[in-house]
Write a protein that binds this ligand. Structure first.
Ligand SMILES: Cc1cc2nc3c(=O)[nH]c(=O)nc-3n(C[C@H](O)[C@H](O)[C@H](O)COP(=O)(O)OP(=O)(O)OC[C@H]3O[C@@H](n4cnc5c(N)ncnc54)[C@H](O)[C@@H]3O)c2cc1C
Length: 387
């Protein structure tokens, strides 16, 4: 980490937690990551160990068998994973996307049923929004949920779902007014993947994030009980707007830490590499590039930390979360590109951490709201107008 000393909002308990997370990652995650990259998925055992170590769902209260921490504990997990370059375990999707939907909109029964299992890692969560024909355009979702005497009948398909091969629970976006595109046409459901009618498609072959499972999911007339509905019928869009703001802040936290990781890897490399009888770091071009990157990362750190403080104080709106995601993901793209360049051909080899960091970083400008979608959100907030 750079500039650690300038982060006074982290309390002593956060610092102790950071040490625990770091040693957990060194012990239980890093040694297995290459194997998981080959497997295309992280082992369930790692999830259970993360649960036992208190790494999952930091903000869940003790009432639901959680660690009773706050958002900054979650941020610590996100940062520490980035600082060791492990992108396989989809812990943040589980802790930062799935859990907040249940905490914010779930009934007492839904919370008691799902939160303890998510905390322990016995249940793994995923969020199912995107479809082959609807990613940015969520109003175009065609997965439907129709009322039947037993509850809801769900029919449709999702794609690109992180944790999709492992998921025991999917927070699913489905049209409850299938023919409409209005803001009241969508609802969210807590779908138990052990129910008949749920089917996993293939684990998709990606450019990066090789250890993370990303899947197609199919819902073939799957019947969920009435109480699988999250919140009220028709609340789906407003729930997603709420959830996406948190997702975007978490992506910003992650991308800032990933840029710092890429920089550190590159600094170590240029200090070692010799060419033309000199060290790579002795070339003025290298020093100037690193000076620019160092500056950009330091500015990013100040910005992300300000966002973190605003978020924990409760003052972060959807537009500001969009700004944070847009800037940090674009910054990460610039940083990993320049860092890879400084590695020369070795930077293109997957055995070097910068090659993986480069491939992993590319998706950050696409998933969770692409840069174009975010510019639309920010632009509308600035100038006004409908999308
Ligand atoms: C590795 C990975 C993990 C993912 N994990 C999940 C997950 O867990 N759950 C989930 O639901 N989804 C997930 N996604 C899906 C992701 O959120 C979508 O890929 C993303 O929202 C973009 O949708 P799309 O791929 O359909 O692209 P499209 O929406 O078809 O976009 C195509 C292009 O059009 C641009 N565009 C879109 N809207 C506008 C506009 N208004 N103006 C101008 N240009 C525009 C886009 O920026 C893009 O460049 C994941 C994707 C990947 C790659």
């Amino acid at each position: 980490m750079l500039d650690e000393e300038y982060r006074p909002f982290f309390r002593e308990d956060h610092r102790l937690f950071r040490d625990q997370v770091r040693s957990f990652l060194e012990r239980e995650i890093e040694p297995h990551h290459e194997q998981w990259e080959r497997d295309g998925v992280v082992s369930r055992d790692a999830w259970l160990k993360a649960g036992a170590a208190g790494i999952l769902c930091s903000s869940v209260t003790e009432e639901h068998e959680g660690p009773g921490g706050d958002y900054l504990h979650n941020a610590v997990v996100i940062e520490e994973m980035a600082y060791v370059g492990v992108s396989g375990p989809g812990f943040w999707i589980h802790s930062e996307m799935v859990v907040p939907y249940i905490e914010t909109f779930g009934t007492a029964e839904q919370k008691s049923r799902w939160l303890p299992q998510l905390v322990s890692g016995e249940a793994i969560g995923a969020v199912g929004m995107s479809e082959p024909g609807a990613g940015s355009d969520l109003r175009g979702i065609t997965t439907s949920a129709v009322r039947v005497p037993e509850g809801w009948r769900i029919r449709g398909q999702k794609v690109f779902i992180s944790n999709g091969q492992l998921a025991d629970l999917v927070v699913l976006a489905a049209k409850t007014s299938p023919k409409e595109r209005s803001s009241r046409s969508l609802s969210l459901f807590l779908v138990d993947t052990s129910l008949p009618g749920f089917r996993r498609g293939k684990n998709l072959d990606k450019l990066g994030y090789h250890a993370q499972d990303t899947s197609e999911l199919f819902f073939d007339d799957l019947i969920v009980p009435e109480d699988a509905l999250l919140g009220n019928e028709g609340d789906g869009f407003s729930q997603l707007i709420h959830g996406l703001a948190r997702e975007r802040i978490s992506i910003a936290v992650s991308c800032q830490a990933k840029a710092e990781y890429a920089f550190r890897q590159t600094l170590a490399y240029v200090k070692e590499r010799k060419l033309f009888g000199r060290g790579l770091g002795e070339f003025q071009n290298t020093r100037f590039r690193l000076a620019d990157l160092r500056t950009e990362i330091a500015v990013g750190r100040a910005y992300v930390d300000q966002m973190l403080v605003r978020y924990i104080e409760g003052g972060l709106d959807a537009e500001t979360a969009a700004l944070a995601k847009l800037w940090t993901t674009e910054m990460l793209g610039r940083v990993v590109d320049a860092c890879l360049q400084l590695h020369g051909g070795w930077g293109y080899m997957r055995e070097f951490p910068i090659a993986r960091a480069y491939a992993d970083a590319r998706v950050e400008r696409i998933a969770g709201g692409s840069s174009e979608v975010l510019r639309e959100i920010i632009g509308r907030a600035v100038v006004g107008g409908e999308r």
